[in-house]
Ligand binder design. Structure first.
Ligand SMILES: [Zn+2]
Length: 315
């Protein structure tokens, strides 16, 4: 191969890399949920080719100094869509990001923020950093790519670079951000972010609305406790990890789901039923949630997970 050919190959390589990238996301509507606080309420279905892997509730707060993003989504494409939304509302820089937990549908969009705003600080719980170190980030990149049939191609792991703990507080311009963590709840790595001046809570997947969560990494009683503790803040606006934003009733309704699940499984366990035998009765107890996205797929798993936790609590 001649020198000219090599040079041509060199020029074409970046094009080949670009072709490996999944397509851009369409722009989703942005809702103002409080003064200076905006949320893009993502699709409720699991990542799939139709939603290009996007399914969470990215948020952003426009402070007097710059923009703070919460959970920029499941892929570099989702993160870029969030940044376009930010740009439609302000020309201030993005100065910080908070990631609510390890599940990749919430944070793989970090890459887009890092590329556009290299100085932005990305905050996450120390357990999230440790899980990424252990390979969970890569597993999530592959999972979202598989579920979206390659739409998220080009996404890579950009981990938080600053560990935050319960009680930490950050001042960005005219807004303060308070971190809440109450032990293992949805995962071991959850943070809930209170935007104090806006009386707004970004709850991560400790609270969902109109969608049933994966509880595979959860402690059901811990999640109930997290809901109770966060309600005590008295904040007015509750932004769930998935589904519509509302007031404290969003968190109360989700807590009732978990409490009803736990209490019903515990009662039937005490009656000697196996997890597979109790499904009709648990489904009946949770009938108010039967039209929530994921109910049919997740109920069996929720009963199995809770059954094991009820059993463990008995020892
Ligand atoms: Zn999650």
């Amino acid at each position: 191969m001649g020198r000219a050919c090599l040079a041509l190959l060199w020029l074409l390589l970046p094009l080949a890399a670009a072709a490996e990238r999944g397509p851009a996301l369409p722009d989703y509507p942005v809702e103002r949920v409080a003064d200076s606080v905006y949320v893009i309420h993502g699709p409720l279905e699991l990542p799939n080719p139709g939603n290009q892997g996007f399914m969470n509730n990215p948020g952003f707060v426009i402070t007097s100094r710059g923009v703070v993003v919460i959970d920029p989504g499941s892929s570099v494409q989702t993160g870029e869509m969030v940044l376009r939304a930010v740009r439609r509302h302000t020309d201030r820089p993005v100065i910080a990001v908070f990631n609510t937990h390890i599940h990749g549908d919430h944070w793989l969009g970090n890459q887009a923020v890092r590329e556009a705003w290299p100085q932005a600080v990305i905050h996450g719980h120390p357990n999230m950093l440790a899980l990424i170190e252990a390979g969970e980030g890569r597993a999530w990149v592959e999972r979202i790519e598989r579920m979206s049939d390659g739409a998220s191609r080009g996404t890579r792991v950009v981990a938080p670079d600053h560990a935050v703990r319960h009680g930490d507080s950050f001042r960005y311009g005219d807004h303060s951000f308070r971190i809440h963590h109450y032990g293992k709840a949805h995962t071991t790595s959850d943070i809930m972010v209170e935007v104090v001046e806006a009386s707004t809570l970004f709850l991560g997947d400790n609270v969902l609305n109109r969608r049933i969560p994966r509880l595979d990494d959860a402690d059901v009683q811990g999640n109930i406790e997290a809901c109770t503790r966060i309600l005590a803040t008295g904040a007015r606006v509750h932004v769930p990890g998935h589904g519509p934003t509302g007031g404290p009733e969003v968190t109360r309704r989700f807590r009732t789901y978990l409490q009803t699940l736990y209490d019903t499984v515990e009662r039937l366990y005490d009656e000697g039923l196996g997890d597979f035998e109790m499904k009709p009765q648990v489904a009946a107890a949770l009938k108010d949630y039967a039209d929530w996205s994921g109910f049919d797929e997740q109920l069996g798993r929720h009963i199995g997970i809770t059954w094991l936790q009820v059993e463990a609590a008995g020892f």
